[in-house]
Design a protein around this ligand. Structure first.
Ligand code: FE2
Length: 414
């Protein structure tokens, strides 16, 4: 039995733009059967008796959307009861975009999700989805595979490649046993699959779980973004470094690829570019921006930045791979570095890799106290430091080869 009273969903409005008069098509109402003769195989897994719809209230509770993306765009929205709880999401009802060119299938999903209290947006073609997603920012998309024009795979691929929309879960609606579509769906980044006809319980469970996951990911994403913002603000506090972080991120990526590191290690290396000196947020300006030589006390304070940075990032699980870079990027191969005086391979590998790109960028960049060294000069300085025991000799050799390889490519215009 569906525990639902209709202060909610009433009917769907089809907005016909252009020279045509606006026509309104009621698709769901008290006596309008969902899954009528046009419903094909898309049946509701509940009886009409389960639906306690009060048409008068229902009609007034559906509103016409202001979205206007195409000549024949279908958009609907579900209003929530004041103070209602939506699937445990309190007063912030998640938005679900249902994209399907088959009206009956789409309306079935809309009805089911509406009853669970979701705000539902409908679209009947793939080509308007990207614009609609930008406007409405749904928490989840139910996407049909086969549609005229842009199909579901293309839509999903576009959304997953875009930084702004990649976190929105996409559930593909496929026919039962459509193995090829499922494989293709996985390739383009689908988060889950549902088969027609819908099973109400399965639909509710999958949507709820993915929406919850998406919100958790967003919180994490926001926290990460806050950390990156702090790191960037530290860089801007220190006018000596220029765009050091940005350059480290790029260098980290290409050197990581050159070393055939895993995708995750390359990501950690790139994040290290932004975050390695985040602990400088705890170093007073009087020391960080001091002109002239630092006193031994100043140095002691300055060295704390690696420990402060570690503390800032430690609570985040996603930072696990970056923390060794933050803590150990000033260690030396012969154990004379800080904070732990680690020797040789006791120094985490990514910290060793990061250290080389950090030093190389510092040497080849102009600073108020020095000119920018040429690449050959920088490599020479680094080799001298390696000979005196500060760096991993094998890694230094690989780095020198990598830089020469990059220069070769530059010269040949690749
Ligand atoms: Fe540092």
């Amino acid at each position: 039995m569906i525990q639902w009273k209709s202060n909610h969903t009433g009917f769907t409005e089809k907005i016909v733009n252009g020279s045509n008069p606006i026509s309104i098509v009621k698709s769901i109402g008290s006596n309008h059967a969902v899954g009528s003769q046009n419903a094909e195989s898309y049946s509701l897994a509940f009886s009409q008796e389960d639906l306690i719809l009060e048409e008068r209230q229902a009609i007034s509770s559906w509103i016409k959307s202001d979205v206007n993306c195409g000549d024949d765009l279908l958009v609907s929205r579900t209003l929530q009861c004041e103070g209602s709880k939506v699937n445990g999401f309190d007063l912030d009802p998640p938005k679900v975009l249902v994209v399907d060119d088959h009206a009956a299938s789409r309306m079935t999903a809309v009805a089911l999700l509406g009853m669970d209290g979701y705000e539902v947006i409908e679209a009947d073609s793939g080509s308007i989805v990207v614009e609609l997603v930008t406007q409405k920012q749904p928490d989840l998309i139910l996407l049909d595979v086969m549609m005229p024009g842009m199909d579901g795979f293309e839509v999903c691929q576009l959304l997953k490649q875009d930084e702004q929309t990649r976190l929105i879960p996409v559930i593909f609606i496929t026919a039962l046993n459509d193995r090829r579509s499922r494989i293709r769906g996985i390739e383009v980044g689908a988060d889950d699959f549902l088969t027609k006809p819908f099973d109400r319980v399965e639909l509710a469970a999958r949507v709820k779980s993915l929406v919850r996951q998406k919100r958790l990911n967003e919180d994490l994403d926001h926290t990460e973004q806050a950390l990156f913002s702090i790191a960037m603000s530290i860089e801007s506090r220190d006018p000596n470094t220029g765009n050091h972080c940005e350059r480290l991120v790029k260098l980290g990526q290409v050197f990581g690829e050159y070393l055939s590191l895993s995708r995750y290690k390359i990501r950690d290396l790139m994040w290290g570019g932004y975050l390695h000196d985040i602990g400088k947020v705890g170093i007073p300006d009087a020391v960080l921006l001091k002109k002239g030589e630092l006193t031994p006390e100043d140095w002691q304070l300055m060295q704390q930045h690696v420990l402060i940075g570690e503390k800032i990032c430690q609570p985040l699980r996603s930072m696990r791979g970056v923390i060794p870079i933050i803590r150990h990027h000033h260690e030396r191969w012969n154990g004379t570095g800080y904070p732990d005086g680690l020797k040789g391979d006791d120094i985490p590998y990514l910290a060793q890799v990061f250290q080389l790109i950090d030093i190389y960028d510092a040497l080849t960049s102009e600073r108020p106290y020095k000119r920018a060294y040429t690449s050959a000069e920088a490599l020479l300085v680094m080799q001298e430091e390696t000979d005196s025991g500060w760096r991993n000799p094998k890694l230094m050799q690989q780095f020198a080869e990598f830089i020469r390889c990059c220069q070769e490519k530059e010269r040949s215009g690749e």
